[in-house]
Design a protein around this ligand. Structure first.
Ligand code: PEP
Ligand code: MN
Length: 272
């Protein structure tokens, strides 16, 4: 990829950093973005937001429209979920990051979403990317399931050249032959994007690993890499979750993860 001809390169330090794009109440660096895989009910969502806000974590991820591999799986609360978020935003001071699966949903979701997430399955949906280039809302672009780093950066370029430079990237693992983890977390991708661009990059530890037993070690690696944010799924009762039950942290596991990260923020020597 010849970055020199790309806005990604031309803009360099003019990118807003992840904090400037979305904000962050907890002053944690990296920024923590947490929430359930999917909104399942008002009660589930309210309990998660209350738990996170008590910890000053106000950047909430939540799937409202879910792109599922099987059409028979839970597809999200869809329009009803937008209404629930509207109510909860009246009660809690939060920022909401939620996946947009179709340009048709932009107008509706704009009312409640502070950052649009483009999921891995849609990274190459160029018509969606072009439309997101026309809105003044930040976009979190996830790496496609089998996307090369160049393809990932070109997808970001689609949004930027169409007018929206508030873009951050999210490494969420790529598909390889390995089966122990859900995807293979590509830490070289993070280092290379940091080397060649100024675009913020966060890591989704839940979808990359698909398991929670090694999350603390991975957290340490991410601190060392100087990632701009860490996304993690949390659910009050992961064993009953309607999606991704194996990887979502329960509340005490979440507290341990954050404690482990914050205890070590000063100890880890940053590369960048
Ligand atoms: C998600 O974050 O809800 C999700 C579906 O992740 P991905 O697009 O990375 O698979
Ligand atoms: Mn999920």
């Amino acid at each position: 990829m010849d970055l020199n001809n790309c806005q990604l390169k031309v803009m360099q330090e003019n990118f807003l950093n992840f904090y400037e794009q979305i904000g962050n109440n907890n002053k944690l660096s990296p920024n923590i973005i947490a929430g359930p895989c999917a909104m399942e009910s008002y009660e589930q969502m309210e309990s998660i937001i209350r738990f996170l806000v008590q910890r000053n974590i106000t950047n909430i991820r939540v799937g409202i429209y879910k792109p599922r591999t099987s059409p028979y799986d839970f597809q999200g609360l869809e329009n009803d979920g937008v209404e629930i978020i509207k109510q909860l935003k009246g009660m809690y001071s939060i920022k909401v990051i939620s996946e947009i699966v179709s340009p048709r949903h932009i107008d509706k979701m704009k009312e409640v979403v502070d950052m649009f997430q483009v999921g891995a399955r849609n990274m190459s949906n160029y018509e969606l990317l072009k439309e997101l280039g026309k809105v003044d809302i930040p976009v979190l672009l996830k790496r496609g399931i089998s996307a090369t780093i160049d393809e990932f950066l070109y997808a970001a370029e689609y949004i930027i050249v169409n007018g929206n430079s508030k873009v951050s990237l999210c490494e969420r693992g790529i598909r390889t032959f390995e089966t122990q983890t859900r995807n293979t977390l590509d830490i070289a991708c993070i280092a290379l994007i940091k080397k060649y661009t100024q675009i913020p990059i966060i890591v989704d530890v839940s979808h990359s690993l698909g398991r929670k037993d090694i999350i603390n070690q991975i957290g340490q690696a991410l601190l060392a890499l100087g990632v701009d944010g860490i996304m993690v799924e949390v659910h009050p009762k992961p064993q009953y979750a309607l999606s991704d039950s194996r990887q979502q942290l329960n509340f005490s596991e979440f507290d341990c993860f954050i404690k482990n990260l914050t205890n070590n923020i000063e100890n880890v020597e940053r590369v960048i």
